[in-house]
Design a protein around this ligand. Structure first.
Ligand code: IPE
Ligand code: IPE
Ligand code: MG
Length: 232
């Protein structure tokens, strides 16, 4: 096998294990989420440095909104707390940002902050690099919304046309899930149709650049056939 690294254009990260990371250290779960937020910013930045064009981070599912108000409140408060560092890191790298999910379910203050972030970084749209953050996100909800939009327009859709109706209109090449579970938990089911799936036992706060590079080496060794036959 060659040592050449093929960097996926679009990397998705299911950032799981924050709570267990904290619990194993005798810390409150919220500390795990804070560490997860810090790690999300640095890991996504590292993925762009490696050559990725799009990075999609699953920061909170629609289903996660049913956790205790205290835990949900803390996770959402991180949007406000890390507003500046997020803008600084991605602004310096000239990366645009988009937030995807049932954002109407979020408190107005949070929605306003997400909108402001998108708007400030929108000057980098068109440069080819975007961080997508999935928040209050569920793939089934995203698909149903797109179906309803197609019905409303009264037009039949193609496979590609349907992709364009989704909140994230982009196929995923590699999906990394940390935290030891081997499932997608409602993460971009349509866009991940032909993604390579990489599962790590590390809790998200412990998944750093070395672990990312290991995942990229693993990805480089995959043969993506899309239903065809292997070349050579
Ligand atoms: C992932 O960590 C982040 C969110 C789901 C918001 P968890 O909170 O699911 O952490 P574990 O799986 O309980 O360790
Ligand atoms: C998936 O993690 C959602 C995020 C990482 C944001 P969960 O912890 O919610 O998933 P399940 O419950 O283990 O499937
Ligand atoms: Mg979890």
């Amino acid at each position: 096998m060659s040592d050449k690294i093929t960097v996926p254009e679009h990397i998705g990260i299911i950032m799981d294990g924050n709570g267990r990371w904290a619990e194993e250290r005798g810390l409150p779960r919220k500390d795990g989420h804070t560490r997860g937020m810090i790690n999300m910013i640095s890991l996504a930045a590292a993925a762009f440095d490696r050559g990725a064009k799009s990075v999609t981070c699953y920061s909170m599912s629609k289903e996660n909104l049913r956790r205790s108000p205290e835990e949900v409140g803390h996770i959402l408060s991180l949007v406000l707390e890390y507003f500046e560092p997020f803008l600084k890191v991605f602004g310096e790298k000239r990366i645009a940002a988009k937030f995807v999910g049932s954002l109407e379910l979020l408190p107005e203050e949070i929605r306003a902050s997400l909108k402001r972030t998108e708007s400030i970084l929108s000057e980098f749209e068109g440069l080819g690099r975007t961080i997508y953050v999935a928040i209050a996100y569920g793939s089934r909800a995203e698909i149903v919304r797109a179906v309803n939009e197609a019905v409303r327009r009264g037009e039949e859709v193609t496979e590609e046309g349907f992709l364009d109706l989704l909140g994230l209109p982009l196929n995923l090449d590699l999906v990394i899930r940390t935290g030891g579970e081997s499932r997608l938990s409602n993460f971009f089911l349509y866009q991940a149709s032909y993604a390579e799936l990489y599962f790590s036992d590390k809790y998200f706060p412990d998944f750093g650049e070395a672990e990312l590079d290991e995942a990229l080496r693993w990805f480089s060794g995959r043969s993506r056939r899309y239903g065809l036959l292997k070349k050579g």
